[in-house]
Design a protein around this ligand. Structure first.
Ligand SMILES: [Ca+2]
Length: 519
């Protein structure tokens, strides 16, 4: 009821303009349906009631720290060329408004592999927690129990004990022991697996590290996957981001947290000039091209094995990278470059090239999507939605009109004698982005994404946006109640008034955990 009111009120000009496009998508879906019929599939059940032999394989390809637009099929080839990812997009559906559940490695991955929000798994930062594999059932376990062969290669960074297959349900193609440069071997191992004879359908995960090596590049450290060669002079590099500057009226929570990040040796970008950002972006794009080459090997192996038409491919990244947006590098913050990720669902002969703008939370939606394609019942504790109808061009009535992203900004250094750290919540609705943080004086931000897609101005205190602000607070409160998100609910207490940052100098300092938690 209240949510419906919100839906009516929140239909912004651009969304109205997009409606015909969505209608066209639905009409296209009807021809898609007939095509499916031709292929022996129907609209409401991916494997049409057939058992084992007709269930598709699922290939899950993941990069690390790739922003949603950082593919040449999205941004053109002037600065970046990603033929493998473009090829995937060519036969699949690109979700243009897909958001990570939490823009940091471990929280995002633990959600992707369990279909649960970070506040539910308890993995909210890059530190392992004890996770109950019976409550938080892994993607591998779901598929294994349904009779799939389940294999995993590449970067792990999940809270499950990697040695305990009963917890995560995967056979590890990379074996045991420390991994140096996993991207050097990941594609080869997946390719070898694909070339084998398969008696059962399979779920194969190819988890790549790059372009994550941009972290080392930004610190002038050795790039783990190998040197990129000499960095060109700035005028031969991509331009700096258009939103390089700090937003107008930015919440002072984020303002202080930025200082905290810049005070850490992990994020030495405080003094970066526009030219330096240009060079960083050059390196970022080279690393994306590097991982694109590896993905190309996987896709070639799939083709070579004759499995393209039997395999659903899901491609995404755990989170994005600011690469200079608002003077941040890396991730964790709620700016678009950090939270929005590429997401492609491709099944040759079934999906058709296209883009969908439905709001997607990868952390809760990707697993139900895969289960749906495999004809595995989606357990009720998974609250996300299957993207399968959208990927097949079918209408998906009453799609969500907002989603919630969480973060926990804890990798900061010391500012004025203490280490500012805070959790945050973000509500992304059709037209706006609302963010609120645990601590600060002015703890909220609101951006009109239709008028201001580069997020240059916080209008949270603008009287004209007062009702929009209140609507978004209400959406977050409802989410907190519905999903038992205590911390999210507490952020809204006391009219979202000032709440001073706790002044612990070293509590939970990242430097102590660094060795343990990895990249
Ligand atoms: Ca990551």
């Amino acid at each position: 009821m209240k949510r419906r009111e919100f839906m009516r009120n929140s239909v912004c000009a651009a969304a109205a303009l997009q409606a015909p496009a969505l209608m066209a998508g639905a009409a296209g879906g009807q021809s898609g349906q007939s095509e499916e019929g031709h292929n022996g599939h129907n609209g409401h059940n991916g494997h049409n009631g057939h058992d084992g032999p007709n269930r598709p394989n699922v290939l899950f390809i993941m990069t690390d720290q790739q922003f949603a637009e950082a593919l040449s099929c999205r941004m053109g080839k002037q600065y970046l060329n990603t033929p493998a990812m473009d090829n995937l997009a060519e036969s699949g559906v690109f979700f243009t408004r897909a958001y990570t559940p939490n823009p940091l490695c471990m929280p995002a991955r633990q959600s992707l592999f369990t279909g649960r929000y970070p506040h539910e798994t308890g993995v909210t930062k890059n530190a392992r927690v004890d996770i109950d594999a019976k409550d938080f059932v892994s993607m591998g376990t779901y598929f294994r129990q349904a009779g799939y062969e389940t294999v995993y290669a590449g970067k792990w960074h999940l809270s499950y004990d990697v040695e305990d297959a009963t917890a995560h349900g995967f056979d590890l193609l990379h074996g045991k022991g420390p991994k140096q440069d996993v991207d050097r071997t990941c594609a080869g191992r997946i390719a070898q697996f694909l070339s084998q004879k398969h008696d059962k359908p399979f779920l194969a995960v190819a988890s790549f590290v790059n372009p994550h090596n941009i972290c080392q590049f930004s610190r002038d450290q050795t790039v783990p996957s190998g040197p990129l060669g000499p960095t060109p002079p700035p005028d031969q590099c991509p331009p700096p981001p258009q939103n390089l500057e700090v937003p107008e009226k930015e919440s002072d929570s984020i303002n202080l947290l930025r200082k905290g990040y810049h005070a850490s040796p992990l994020f030495p970008v405080e003094d970066f000039t526009a030219d330096k950002w240009r060079q960083l972006r050059w390196g970022y794009y080279r690393l994306i091209e590097r991982v694109d080459g590896e993905i190309g090997k996987v896709l070639e192996a799939l083709r070579g094995a004759g499995l393209e038409e039997k395999t659903v491919i899901v491609f995404t990244s755990d989170h994005g990278d600011c690469a200079g947006a608002h003077r941040f590098n890396q991730k964790t913050v709620f700016y678009e470059e950090s939270v929005r990720v590429p997401l492609i669902v491709s099944w040759k002969g079934q999906t058709k090239k296209g883009a969908r703008n439905n709001l997607v939370n990868t952390g809760v939606d990707v697993l139900p999507t895969m289960l749906d394609f495999a004809g595995i019942a989606i357990p009720s504790k998974l609250t996300g939605r299957s993207l399968k109808p959208l990927a097949l061009g079918q209408p998906a009535p009453q799609w969500r009109d907002h989603l919630v992203v969480e973060n926990n900004m804890s990798q900061t250094g010391v500012v004025d004698g203490f280490r500012p750290q805070a959790e945050g919540r973000m509500v992304r609705s059709e037209c706006h982005k609302y963010c609120v943080y645990q601590y600060g004086v002015q703890r909220e931000s609101l951006v009109d994404l239709e008028k201001d897609p580069l997020e240059t101005k916080n209008v949270a205190t603008d009287p004209q946006y007062r009702q929009v602000l209140l609507d978004h607070r209400k959406l977050l409160a409802e989410f907190a109640t519905e999903h038992n998100d205590r911390v999210g609910g507490e952020m809204l207490a006391n009219g979202v008034g000032p709440a001073p940052f706790p002044k612990h100098e070293n509590e939970d300092g990242h430097s102590k955990k660094r060795k343990k938690t990895g990249p």
